[in-house]
Design a protein. Sequence first.
Length: 281
Amino acid sequence: MPIDIAPLKAWIGRHETTGDALAPFQAAALAATLDRDEAFVAGDLPPLWHWVYFQELHKTSELAENGHARLGGFMPPVPLPRRMWAGGRFTFQRPLRIGQAGQRTSTIADLKAKQGESGGLVFLLLRHEFSGPDGTAVVEEQDIVYREAPRPGEGMPAPRRSAEKPLWRHETTTSEALLFRYSALIFNAHRIHYDQPYCLREGYPGLIVHGPLIATLLADLVRGNADAAMTAFRFRATSPLFGGSPCVACGVPQGRKVKLWAEDGDGGVVMAAEAELAERS
């Protein structure tokens, strides 16, 4: 049956604001988690590293069975059990800086229902605006998809392979320790990232690597190779990446843009992305 989201439309336009002191610890802890040698004491926060700040501190008693916060507060109570972060878009106006106070304003921008081959779907557009003492720094839009529970015998389609060869490449092993530490850093208790029996029950063959973690690895590939600052970034998840598989960040510079994708250990594309770079002065 099609999902009636008319009652949920009341959530569109709702907003909330969260502040955070951008302390060095979170950035240093993420660097250690990703095996970076960088020492963060002050300075600019790298693109997408803002995700380890501005956390929502839900009590354990406020979590649903899947580890997410129960719906019906700021997030609408969508009547579908599976939730995934399908993609996002970012513009970087100025860097957030470690050691300064920051603020995030979040808004439910849109909510739509569709009927797909696998059943009912609800698409939620969540907009965040991050600011520091000098004004707006990062504007982020998240595409969140809610899906029905898996049907008996429902399989996972094999990810497609890229027809291009990367000029930039970096491989990361997605160990259980990496997934656990990243979940801790973003204060995310979603069980698909650390609870193997739960994943099997949900129809997945193993732990799922966080979409934001994959996107961060792609943004870091640009940061480590490009000759200019990133002004925009877009990503779209195309297939789950399961823990234990390498995450291979791939890039091809194309003028002031960079075509990006992430592959699993078999060469299947799990995320497609694009970065835009500032003009050189």
